[in-house]
Design a protein around this ligand. Sequence first.
Ligand code: PLP
Length: 255
Amino acid sequence: MSENRSQIDEILNGLINGIGIYETVRLYNGKPFAIEEHYKRLLSSLSYVTDEKLSVEDFERFVFSNDEGDVRVKIICVVSDRLRCFSKEERIESDEEFFNKEIVIDISNIRHADPLSIPPNFKSLGRPDLYLARLNKGNFYDVILLGNKGQVCEGSFSNIFIIKNKKIITPSLESGILNGITRKHVLKMLRESGYEVIEKYVELKEIIYADEVFLTHTSRGIVPVNSLGNKVNFSVEMSKYLTKMFEEYVNAKIQ
Ligand code: PLP
């Protein structure tokens, strides 16, 4: 009991005086994907606020799971007077069920923080712009935040890609977005397979007139989007194909 009390005090102290840094790792049949990249990104986020590091052995221990189902693990590091890290394993809806659903997204009325104010790769808990966007997204799967020049940035927990005339386009890192680990692997997979992929400043109209739109994030890989704000419908033909292709890419990497 007293141990619990002191743990709660530590967390409270962290909430009051500190900040939470996190990573989410997806496990496929109990095996983590891109664990080194998640570890490196966590260290990079931590380096903004502390000299302390979580060891790779501790990170791997946190990520380990006996569950061979659809699982993600969140590693949360609270930084205040010292570094305290925790992990939380979550069962997620099976991929089979998930990919049978209609995915509808919208544009957020919250602006993306300027990268000069909040470094996009500083992955902190409760980051206000992303938190408010998520809070107000209602039933939309995710909402896309625009930057201060009107450029398309990213979702509140995902990166966005559009397909136009078979070309695949995604906001460049200079748009002020998180260097998503799924985004990076999807770009690699697409380029290795001979697709034309363009990273650039993307305007809102390019989403509206896209043939297809898909999101990428750790928990689900490539997520085909059916419509924008229930008003603009997209084809999902190529995106669905890419979802499968990415599943095979991941399976080959975790073997
Ligand atoms: N963009 C934001 C703002 C995010 O929070 C996340 C994931 O948490 C992503 C994009 C997707 O990144 P990743 O593919 O590394 O999960």
